[in-house]
Design a binder for this molecule. Structure first.
Ligand code: DQA
Length: 177
């Protein structure tokens, strides 16, 4: 069966990347790999298309901008993939923003934060997410998008991914625009 095609009512997910991730490709490639942010975004878009959904990918180095985008995701998206980068370990503001919106969110890290410096082991945002994926590089974003789709289908009572029935947009975006 051919994969579902995104439509105007396909679930929209946000992928938000935090500080210094605009430097992917040149930033510590032994830790973060050689793919740049454009390649990561392209991978997310291709994955979203395969899953029959749409995705908006954004990056900011500024905490308040990320807070605003989480609020926007709460109004316009059905789910959120968040790599808050260094703010993961420090930001009460991001944690509060996630707690304030009624949105399934998954925390992603390219590197395995638990195998790195102790200050990276603590996540301020993890309690406000449905799960964390760390250490799989860009694949982690695809895993997170896939998990969000499964979560939406489970909450909508639809069959899980891979089931024979066609996947319908059972959880349209809260609002358009
Ligand atoms: C990161 C891990 C963080 O500890 C770090 O500050 C980052 C990137 C990751 O994707 O592995 O900037 O979130």
């Amino acid at each position: 069966m051919s994969p579902p095609q995104p439509t105007a009512t396909s679930p929209r997910f946000f992928v938000l990347n935090g500080p210094n991730l605009n430097l992917l490709g040149t930033r510590e490639p032994s830790v973060y790999g050689h793919d740049d942010l454009a390649a990561l975004d392209a991978r997310c878009h291709a994955c979203a298309e395969r899953l029959g959904m749409t995705v908006e990918c954004r990056q900011s180095n500024h905490e308040g901008v990320l807070v605003d985008w989480i609020h926007e995701a709460g109004r316009r998206a059905a789910g959120l993939v968040l790599n808050a980068a260094a703010y993961t370990h420090t930001s009460v503001a991001l944690r509060d923003a996630l707690a304030a919106v009624d949105l399934p969110a998954i925390e992603v890290h390219l590197s395995n934060i638990h195998a790195r410096e102790p200050f990276r082991h603590r996540s301020m945002i993890a309690p406000c997410t449905i799960g964390t994926i760390a250490g799989f590089g860009p694949l982690g974003y695809e895993l997170a998008l896939t998990a969000l789709v499964e979560r939406l289908q489970a909450t909508a009572g639809a069959p899980p991914a891979g089931a024979p029935s066609p996947r319908s947009p059972s959880h349209p975006n809260p609002s358009d625009g």
